[in-house]
Design a protein around this ligand. Structure first.
Ligand SMILES: [Cu+2]
Length: 475
């Protein structure tokens, strides 16, 4: 079995545990995550190594494994030649641990360290990535999974992880640069020409036995690519979205999978199967084979239905007292609203996240302010010709479905071109939290803003802004 291919999750299968041990053995320090350059062979032995940026010398970075209720405590060491940070995507945590320079913390300059420490209230599949120049830092390999295990054992034979990403590679398997160009920023973002799962092209999960029950965790760590997932040979159950358990539902023929999203599936391997595949067909004329499952060996006894994962404890909605918020997305290619300075507009203003690092004068006023524990009903009106997976920090949201009912918990909503999305969420911890499109090139060319919870600071006078950028006196 190729150890670099599928990443088993420790403690749930012997095979998975041995894989996990191997993966973690190469780490610089148990409680360190170091961002630095590395070379990795992505395309097989016929191709040269690719110069990448990664966490702890691998792409993807180390799989961080914790149990619900644990505290994650680690030192981020920036050994890149540009500033960076780590955002803990989907984790409900204190604002000053959210990893968004210019909003929640100082930027971590080259050579500097930053200590992250927070409790993990929810079990599920999460991930981590920089929140500075995301289009480039993700696009060069800085991403990794954070798996928070349930307190009680989930009865599966294997627990497997696929971190899906795409890189743009030239003939010599190198990344040509030219990030954040006007074309990518104004269209669908930078779509790489090489789709990778766990840093490999089309890995195979070997020796899957007929009848086995697999929990398959998918993370979309791409900077811009939306996938339309399709399984061949099996009809899996979706059991969690964006980390949070949902009522198990049989996946339809295809499933949209936006940047930042996660899905947890239960795959009961059919007893008469020659093999399974996972494909992407977002662009039907340019499909991508993502992964293969080799079905082999003697069958194991098939199991009965899957009852679902234990739910996380989330704040209750109070729809009667809900505040209404409207967000309008404009701009992009084909729009008269787009300018070179602001390709995208969120409620009439285009914000460049990178400019927040230069001066707090560039800091936009929050899109809305409210108290903690407030239910918000938010309507997002996409007046552009492009898809926008809108990600909300610090809260967990639900989308209104076609039948008018609220859907499963998520941390982002994919807003279709010229469509609206209605969501609701309950504000939680005080602070200023990001709302942005998770197409990184859109996020960094206009489609970002914030909302402020509680009266913790004024817009122009955050406590840490009065100290020099890069000082170590962050609150
Ligand atoms: Cu977008």
């Amino acid at each position: 079995m190729n150890r670099r291919q599928f990443i088993g999750v420790a403690g749930l299968s012997g095979l998975g545990a041995s894989l996990a041990g191997w993966h973690l053995a190469s780490q610089p320090g148990e409680n360190e995550v170091i961002a630095r350059k590395l070379d990795q062979q992505l395309l097989g032995e016929d191709y040269p190594y690719t110069a990448l940026w990664g966490f702890n010398d691998s792409v993807p970075g180390p799989v961080l494994r914790k149990t619900q209720g644990d505290t994650l405590s680690l030192t981020f060491k920036n050994r890149l030649s540009q500033p960076s940070s780590i955002h803990w995507h989907g984790i409900r945590l204190p604002n000053n641990m959210d990893g968004v320079p210019g909003i929640t913390q100082r930027v971590v300059k080259p050579g500097e360290d930053f200590q992250y420490e927070f409790a993990l209230p929810d079990a599920g599949t999460f991930w981590y990535h920089p929140h500075v120049a995301t289009y480039e830092q993700l696009g060069r390999g800085l991403y990794g999974a954070l798996i928070v295990g349930e307190r009680e054992r989930v009865d599966v034979d294997r627990d497997e992880l696929l971190v899906i990403s795409d890189l743009h590679l030239d003939q010599s398997a190198q990344i040509p640069g030219n990030f954040k160009n006007l074309h990518d920023a104004s269209h669908a973002g930078r779509l790489g020409n090489t789709v990778l799962c766990n840093g490999q092209k089309v890995p195979t999960l070997r020796q899957v036995r007929p009848g086995e029950r697999i929990r398959l965790r998918l993370v979309n760590a791409s900077s811009a690519r939306i996938y339309r997932l399709r399984f061949d040979g099996v009809a899996p159950l979706i059991v969690a979205m964006d980390g949070h358990p949902c009522a198990p539902q049989i996946m339809g023929e295809t499933l949209y999978f936006s940047p930042g999203n996660r899905y947890d599936f239960i795959l009961d391997v059919p007893r008469l199967s020659g093999g399974l595949t996972l494909r992407d067909e977002f662009f039907p004329m340019m499909p991508n084979l993502l992964a293969r499952f080799e079905v082999k060996g003697s069958p194991v006894a098939a199991r009965s239905g899957f009852a679902g994962l234990p739910p996380n404890t989330l704040p209750p909605f109070d729809d009667r007292s809900a505040e209404k918020v409207d967000l309008v997305l404009e701009g992009g290619a084909l729009s008269e609203k787009a300018t070179r300075e602001a390709i995208w507009l969120l409620n009439g203003r285009g914000n460049d996240h990178d400019s927040l690092l230069d001066s707090h004068e560039n800091h936009p006023d929050p899109l809305f302010e409210c108290r903690s524990g407030q239910t918000i009903h938010c309507r997002i009106d996409n007046r552009t010709a492009w898809f926008h997976p809108m990600h909300f920090h610090g809260v967990v949201l639900q989308e209104k479905q076609a039948d008018g009912r609220w859907g499963p918990y998520r941390d982002a909503t994919l807003v279709w071109p010229f469509k609206t999305s209605e969501i609701r969420f309950v504000t939680e911890r005080p602070g200023e939290w990001m709302i942005h499109c998770h197409v990184s090139e859109h996020h960094h060319s206009g489609l970002m803003g914030t909302f402020r919870v509680g009266d913790v600071c004024t817009t122009k006078q955050r406590p840490w802004v009065t100290t020099a950028w890069g000082s170590d006196t962050t609150a």
